[in-house]
Write a protein that binds this ligand. Structure first.
Ligand code: ASC
Length: 150
């Protein structure tokens, strides 16, 4: 029993500890992974955006569900921007690696704002949700401006 618990604990730790290099067999796997993660994020963020822009009616449950997904997804792409993953089919600018501290800061800002967005959406208050959405979208944009080529 104790052994089972220890094994489970070890597995769950492994699942959330992302040591970038060890995580991907090939650089192109890392590129695919981060694009997939960001694609899923954009899909759910887009559903929130539709509500903010009045293209879809505000639905508190949908806002909370989608914002929670965005906040979880926001944690994933960054481990896949390791050394040696700057080539191939990517729009990532060299600045991701040349100004890596700044890139990490941008990634952290997005994670922090999306966590606040999830909390605001969960509150059910439409105004708070909209404000938090706008703040989060700002972090998407500034990171894209600096680190993603058109
Ligand atoms: C989105 C999406 C992005 C961001 C960005 C915010 O819905 O797919 O990349 O918002 O456009 O400025």
């Amino acid at each position: 029993m104790k052994k089972t618990i220890l094994t489970l604990m070890a597995l769950s730790t492994a699942a959330v500890s992302f040591s970038a290099a060890a995580q991907f067999a090939k650089p192109e796997d890392a590129v695919k992974y981060r694009k997939a993660a960001l694609t899923v994020t954009a899909a759910h963020f887009g559903r929130l955006g539709a509500m903010v822009q009045g293209k879809a009616p505000f639905d508190a449950k949908s806002a909370a569900d989608n914002a929670e997904i965005v906040a979880s997804m926001a944690k994933l792409p960054w481990a896949a921007f390791g050394e040696g993953t700057d080539g191939g089919e990517t729009k990532a600018k060299p600045e991701v690696w040349k100004q890596n501290a700044k890139f990490k800061e941008a990634a952290e800002k997005f994670q922090a704002e999306s966590a606040k967005l999830a909390a605001a959406a969960k509150s059910g208050k439409e105004d708070a949700f909209k404000a938090a959405f706008t703040a989060t979208a700002g972090t998407c944009k500034s990171c894209h401006d600096d680190f993603r080529s058109k």
